[in-house]
Design a protein around this ligand. Structure first.
Ligand SMILES: *[C@@H]1O[C@H](CO)[C@@H](O)[C@H](O)[C@H]1NC(C)=O
Ligand SMILES: *[C@@H]1O[C@H](CO)[C@@H](O)[C@H](O)[C@H]1NC(C)=O
Length: 295
């Protein structure tokens, strides 16, 4: 797409949507991109870029699943195109089976992902480098989580440290996804929300509720813990937009309008920033958000 067409798309999609109040300058919005193989297709990539840069959504960060055997040039093309639009891209990786020393469906190991990342950061031009690592391991998704919690939490921290040890010399901040009930799980003399944050730079809590009031109810104790026990490291909240999740009627914005979602994000941001410890809100995930915005 020519740049002028791209701008026209931006303006027309902005004009067609309901006007929205200005956002808080102090927080950011991010989005997960799990089906990152769309970046191989120039049409899908253009659609992605126009969706993500739509000023009504206020998105400035993408967590894109690496590396999908797509090769370096596919990634440099993608990250540099995001960069020119002011969007930073973090390298998303994760598999709950890593906790058991295995992978899901022959997927990549953590070592593979870290080796690829090191090689990529060394060879990519400055405007095409990743700006962080986003880790989504989620051992609580394993069958026998409740009976193995202590072991799995300890293995999670080992893997988190492994990532941090690779990311630090590359100057890449590390983020870890955690459930909203992480403050009820024991971890190294404290709770999982506090303890993981000690090992990394930020965490993203899956505070999945489909009203501002509901989301703030699960998020507030986490933000309070962050301020009182982990000073100096703001954390992320997040929203779910998928229809294909358990309790979708309670936790997902699927089926609601994009203006409801945006107005709720604004409400959450206004309150969350008064509590401190708040970095922003991440949207899960592009595929479902795209369905939501196309109505
Ligand atoms: C774009 O790349 C430059 C390096 O060329 C970097 O300094 C800047 O932070 C990047 N911008 C974003 C939004 O990631
Ligand atoms: C956990 O469950 C899996 C099967 O889901 C089993 O293979 C494994 O041995 C179990 N691990 C422990 C420590 O109980």
């Amino acid at each position: 797409m020519h740049f002028s067409t791209f701008l026209l798309t931006l303006f027309s999609s902005a004009a067609l949507s309901a006007p929205l109040a200005p956002r808080a300058a102090t927080s950011s919005r991010a989005i997960w991109l799990w089906d990152s193989d769309l970046i191989k297709d120039s049409t899908s990539l253009s659609t992605f870029l126009s969706d993500v840069t739509n000023p009504n959504y206020g998105i400035s960060k993408v967590h894109a699943l690496i590396d999908r055997d797509m090769g370096t040039s596919t990634w440099t093309n993608f990250v540099s195109k995001c960069n020119v639009s002011g969007i930073s891209v973090s390298a998303l990786m994760g598999d709950s089976q890593w906790i058991l020393g295995s992978t899901t469906d022959g997927g990549p190991t953590l070592d593979h992902e870290l080796t690829w990342l090191k090689q990529y950061q060394a060879s990519a031009p400055a405007n095409a480098k990743f700006s962080g690592v986003h880790l989504d391991i989620e051992p609580w998704g394993l069958d026998n989580w409740s009976s193995n919690q202590a072991t799995y939490v300890s293995t999670l921290l080992t893997l988190v440290d492994e990532v941090k040890n690779v990311a630090s010399p590359l100057n890449l901040p590390v983020a870890v996804d955690l459930p909203f009930w992480a403050n009820t799980v024991s971890c190294q003399g404290s709770t999982l929300d506090v303890c993981v944050l000690k090992h990394v730079d930020t965490t993203t809590f899956m505070t999945y509720r489909n009203t501002a009031v509901g989301l703030l109810a699960v998020a507030t104790p986490l933000l309070v813990d962050t301020v009182t026990k982990s000073s100096g490291k703001p954390v992320w909240l997040s929203v779910e937009t998928s229809p294909n999740v358990a309790d979708a009627g309670l936790i997902s914005y699927a089926g609601k309008s994009v203006s409801t979602l945006m107005s709720d994000l604004q409400t959450v941001e206004n309150t969350a920033k008064t509590l401190g410890g708040f970095a922003g809100i991440a949207i899960h995930s592009y595929k479902e958000f795209k369905e939501l915005i196309s109505g």
